[in-house]
Design a protein around this ligand. Structure first.
Ligand SMILES: Cc1cc2nc3c(=O)[nH]c(=O)nc-3n(C[C@H](O)[C@H](O)[C@H](O)COP(=O)(O)OP(=O)(O)OC[C@H]3O[C@@H](n4cnc5c(N)ncnc54)[C@H](O)[C@@H]3O)c2cc1C
Length: 556
């Protein structure tokens, strides 16, 4: 079975899922099969971070391990901001989630009959299941094949969710608008599930794919949902830094298997910063690299350190990292002989749309799962390989979803929109799309402080003001369900997509900057040079709704 090309767009469905990563695909499979489901995705079904996940999926399924130990490791990594109830929920449902993936056909590596496990940073036991270094692909391809078999799931590829549709009086979420081809269409739904993934594209250096533009968070914020802890971004310490190569992730599992991180002099410098050396938590290793390069390199922003795999048994490298070997080879690096040049890059967004254990957001009828949600699992810093597990465990809860139906049908009036000559607007959008991630990387990246954050915020506010005034932005964000908008055919779909993504990136940049300024301490993935310590008074969540920034006590 293959993805349908140009399917017709239904005007309604029972459940509208936006995003087809591990979270969206698994949700589609778990929802009660009598629901008509519409699965909308920006690109192809498989495109997303899930497909790129290498290291694996954490679960305490080994007899020498326990859910309790997994819980402790997760809480420790989360630096005081995890929701213990959510973490307990995650770790106690882990074995069941893995069994379900195995039953669906995901072929994890095995040692004899048993599932094979590896150790990753900050895990106290080897508990990371893998399928070589393509664990995400193994999961996504299996889930995709199952989704394509289901007659109750309609797939809309190359469709971008633009705006959530709230009932004017009850404020219940009753659907969303989509950009599909040259049209804006509205789909009414009993429930809407945001599964749009992360927002790494807001930073110039990122391991995330191009679709990770924080759309879910931006849409939910504009609709008035409560967001949580957006200042917490995890920077992965080891992304490939070969000239012209994308920032390909060199998995943490490589260090788990014994690789060393060395500087130009060949020193294992991380031990100068943390007693656990290479196996210290990600934020510690990222900051150690950043600080070390600031101290020792002539041009720190273009410098790198190295991963040395030469002490690992070559057969083990061959077995565990075929994809890393292949990709490094493509960029002229022989991992058996050469050192791999690496530096940190934005990797995972701990913050997101605040949700409960049932994935419900603060807006009735609106749910969020996967990286776009803030379930409370990751606190201020995610434990490696917990995110794929979170996608599966939480999306699985949607098996219990009960939706409210309403039979009202609007009658859309077709309206052709002519944008006229928008060359200048397009140029400005492209400029912002290029410059914003650089601004964010330089001023809101691994090490932050008040003045650079303020400066970046002022620039972002100016860009937001400019771009929101464009006619194209008005049309994309403010069309109403009574209208059926058709853009002139000379407009290229990708230009419309770039416009929407740039608006979303500007909104999430604004939210991250304001949240980073708000939290005057350092914790987990948020490090302030001007407030380098954690403060007890800040052991609270940052909540955002509209233009209000608040703190909230942790769950008990
Ligand atoms: C390189 C890399 C390696 C990683 N390795 C691991 C690992 O080993 N273990 C682990 O646990 N985690 C890992 N992670 C993190 C993990 O992969 C992600 O957190 C997780 O896959 C997120 O899944 P998701 O379903 O929420 O989002 P994604 O898989 O990113 O899917 C998001 C989907 O939403 C769609 N979308 C976005 N916006 C819109 C819109 N407006 N309209 C329609 N569709 C939209 C996208 O096209 C995509 O289909 C890794 C991440 C990266 C980038």
């Amino acid at each position: 079975l293959t993805e349908p090309v140009n399917p017709s767009i239904p005007s309604r469905c029972d459940v509208l899922i936006i995003g087809s990563g591990a979270a969206g695909l698994y949700a589609a499979l778990c929802l009660p099969s009598h629901y008509q489901i519409c699965l909308v995705t920006k690109d192809e079904l498989k495109t997303g971070a899930s497909d790129w996940a290498q290291g694996g999926i954490a679960a305490a399924v080994n007899p020498t391990d326990s859910a309790q130990l997994h819980l402790q490791d997760t809480l420790k990594a989360g630096a005081g901001l995890c929701d213990p109830k959510a973490v307990e929920f995650l770790v106690t449902h882990a074995a069941e989630a893995i069994q379900s993936l195995v039953d669906l056909g995901v072929s994890f590596d095995r040692k004899g009959e048993e599932l094979a496990m590896t150790l990753e940073a900050a895990h106290s036991r080897p508990r990371v299941l893998h399928a070589a270094d393509r664990t995400g692909r193994a999961i996504v391809s299996t889930l995709t094949a199952k989704v394509l078999e289901k007659p109750n799931i309609a797939i809309l590829s190359q469709s971008i969710a633009l705006k959530l549709w709230l009932h004017p009086h009850t404020k219940r979420c009753q659907g969303a608008s989509l950009l599909h081809g040259h049209q804006i269409r509205w789909i009414r739904a009993g429930a809407v599930i945001l599964a749009t993934g992360g927002g790494g594209q807001v930073f110039a250096q990122t391991t995330n794919p191009s679709v990770s533009t924080g759309d879910g968070v931006a849409l939910a914020w504009r609709a008035g949902a409560i967001l949580r802890d957006l200042e917490f971004f995890q920077f992965h310490p080891t992304a490939l830094t070969q000239p012209d190569a994308p920032r390909f992730l060199i998995s943490e599992a490589v260090r788990g298997e014994g690789a060393h991180l060395v500087d130009e002099q060949g020193d294992r410098f991380v031990f100068q910063y943390h007693p656990d050396g290479e196996l210290a938590p990600r934020d510690v290793v990222s900051r150690a690299i950043f600080t070390h390069l600031q101290r020792t390199a002539l041009d720190p922003s273009h410098a790198h350190v190295y991963l040395d795999l030469r002490m690992i048994d070559p057969e083990r490298i061959q077995y565990r990292f075929p994809n890393i070997i292949r990709l490094c080879q493509k960029w002229g690096i022989d991992v058996f002989e050469d050192l791999i040049p690496v530096a940190p890059a934005a990797h995972y967004w701990m913050g997101g749309i605040a949700t409960g254990l049932d994935n419900q957001t603060s807006i009735n009828g609106l749910y969020a799962i996967g990286e776009t949600a803030s379930t409370g699992i990751h606190g201020a810093n995610r434990l490696a390989s917990n995110s794929l597990l979170e996608c599966v465990v939480f999306a699985g809860q949607l098996a219990h979803l009960i939706i409210e139906n309403d039979s009202h049908e609007g009658i859309p009036v077709s309206q052709e929109i002519h944008l006229g000559d928008w060359e200048l607007e397009k140029q400005q959008i492209d400029l912002v799309r290029e410059q914003l991630p650089v601004l964010m990387w330089q001023n809101a990246g691994i090490c932050r402080s008040h003045a650079p954050l303020e400066m970046a915020l002022r620039q972002v506010e100016e860009w937001r003001k400019q771009l929101y005034e464009f006619k194209i932005s008005h049309t994309i964000l403010n069309s109403s369900p009574e209208q059926k908008i058709i853009f002139q055919s000379s407009l290229v779909w990708i230009e419309l997509r770039t416009c929407l993504e740039t608006l979303n990136l500007l909104d999430i940049a604004y939210l991250i900057l304001k949240s980073a300024l708000f939290r005057t301490e350092s914790r987990g993935g948020h490090y302030r040079l001007d407030y380098p310590e954690s403060a007890n008074s800040w052991q609270v969540h940052t909540l955002i709704q509209d233009e209000q920034w608040m703190t909230s006590k942790l769950y008990t």
